[in-house]
Design a protein around this ligand. Structure first.
Ligand code: HEM
Ligand SMILES: *[C@@H]1O[C@H](CO)[C@@H](O)[C@H](O)[C@H]1NC(C)=O
Ligand SMILES: *[C@@H]1O[C@H](CO)[C@@H](O)[C@H](O)[C@H]1NC(C)=O
Ligand SMILES: *[C@@H]1O[C@H](CO)[C@@H](O)[C@H](O)[C@H]1NC(C)=O
Ligand SMILES: *[C@@H]1O[C@H](CO)[C@@H](O)[C@H](O)[C@H]1NC(C)=O
Ligand SMILES: *[C@@H]1O[C@H](CO)[C@@H](O)[C@H](O)[C@H]1NC(C)=O
Ligand SMILES: *[C@@H]1O[C@H](CO)[C@@H](O)[C@H](O)[C@H]1NC(C)=O
Length: 328
């Protein structure tokens, strides 16, 4: 007869195994029988979207990030509705590419109906967008299912803001299981895409009666141009590239920019220039700025890690028919 301590040891091992399985349920070949051409179908669609508008690669990459940080990678960001994540502060008038995701979902549905989740489509599309912009590639893990709820307040609290310090942003990454390396490598996504005046206008002018926003960290040759683009009381939806050196190319110029005071977002520049950066992010910025191989390798690893945030698997959630609404 086994005594009670061997029984509880057996339980301990069983539970440990279950935990390990729950953490590694995503696989690269999840659809190899149910939708063998999935990756080809998606790649073709992303190529066509990026051909129409180069910036779309950046917008699609960002969707996967904004999905994963809120309730895990469950396509919650794609749900329409007044209580959706789309109208949360970090996304409203900012997140884009939803029509492209719709088109990709239809193309996937017409080959393999009711099989592929919107959350997995976001993960594949993010990988393709980076690769087609000249960045690294990686094997995408698949098998996520779609969530049943959006979380607007979660989007407002979990997503990092461009006015936050290195420490505050690091805490938000840690809250979803990501570390300092992930903070710096994933910030390198800002080597492509655009930002609105709403996201950095605070750096450009000094307002009396408030703490003066810090424009001193910004390359003085950029300040006038940005002030003209973003005048006080101007259109906050005007945009400028996040990387003025090579706007649409996924390279390590973002990190070189930070060293030269050419980060557009205050939060970007903080990774190199703030006091908090000295013992945390600054050394990685220097490494990536000198060596795009290390950046690409770390970026790919961090993307896989980000894609593993709390996926719904097994029979949790559902496979949405339309990425914008839960199935009725
Ligand atoms: C580290 C903290 C981060 C902050 C504070 C941040 C903030 C922002 C902000 C404010 C914008 C401009 C939005 C606008 O003005 O409409 C932006 C754009 C962008 N972000 Fe981030 N972000 C962060 C991390 C990331 C990560 C982890 C990724 C992806 C891996 C990412 C990918 C992008 C891309 C590609 C764009 C350009 C989107 C476009 O052109 O449509 N960001 N980000
Ligand atoms: C989102 O933006 C629209 C258009 O600018 C605005 O009318 C609306 O109030 C914003 N929604 C939220 C929740 O801030
Ligand atoms: C929304 O997100 C917050 C922050 O992660 C979380 O505490 C809350 O449980 C989420 N709500 C729903 C309905 O998922
Ligand atoms: C972050 O995690 C990765 C593994 O996921 C590890 O290789 C890296 O050293 C960690 N970085 C820090 C700063 O702990
Ligand atoms: C804002 O004020 C600081 C000093 O308080 C100054 O160094 C900086 O040039 C000013 N920025 C602008 C855009 O006027
Ligand atoms: C971009 O950066 C490279 C390498 O630092 C430099 O040679 C080039 O002149 C820069 N181009 C622009 C348009 O700033
Ligand atoms: C990396 O760049 C920094 C600053 O740009 C420089 O001081 C350092 O020597 C470089 N390191 C290597 C290993 O090249």
């Amino acid at each position: 007869m086994p005594n009670s301590s061997t029984i509880s040891f057996a339980w301990f091992i069983t539970i440990l195994m279950l935990c390990l399985v729950a953490n590694s349920q995503l696989t690269t070949n999840f659809y190899s029988n149910s939708c063998p051409n999935l990756l080809t179908i998606v790649r073709k669609q992303v190529i066509s979207a990026v051909k129409t508008e180069m910036r779309m690669a950046a917008s699609l990459l960002r969707l996967h990030f904004h999905d994963c940080f809120v309730n895990g990678c469950d396509a919650s960001v794609l749900l329409d509705g007044s209580d959706g994540e789309k109208t949360a502060l970090p996304n409203n008038n900012s997140a884009r590419g939803f029509e492209v995701i719709d088109a990709i979902k239809s193309a996937v549905e017409s080959s393999c109906s009711g099989v592929v989740s919107c959350a997995d489509i976001l993960a594949i599309v993010a990988r393709d967008s980076v690769f087609l912009s000249g960045g690294p590639s990686w094997k995408v893990l698949l098998g996520r299912r779609d969530g049943l709820v959006a979380n607007q307040s979660g989007a407002n609290t979990m997503l990092p803001a461009p006015f936050e310090s290195v420490d505050a942003i690091t805490l938000k990454f840690q809250a979803v299981g990501l570390n300092l390396t992930d903070v710096v490598s994933l910030s390198g996504a800002h080597t492509i895409g655009q930002a609105r005046c709403a996201s950095f206008g605070n750096r450009l002018f000094n307002f009396s009666g408030t703490n003066s926003p810090d424009s001193t960290l910004l390359d003085p040759t950029m300040v006038t141009g940005l002030q003209n683009l973003c005048p006080v009381n101007g259109d906050v939806d005007k945009t400028t590239p996040l990387d003025w050196n090579s706007t649409d190319l996924f390279d390590n110029h973002y990190f070189q920019n930070l060293i030269n005071g050419r980060g557009i977002l205050e939060s970007d520049q903080f990774l190199y220039s703030s006091d908090q950066a000295v013992s945390t992010t600054r050394s990685l910025v220097e490494i990536y700025s000198n060596n795009s191989k290390i950046f690409f390798n770390d970026f790919a690893n961090s993307m896989i890690k980000m894609g593993n945030i709390q996926p719904l698997t097994g029979s949790a959630g559902e496979i949405r028919r339309n990425c914008r609404v839960v199935n009725s």
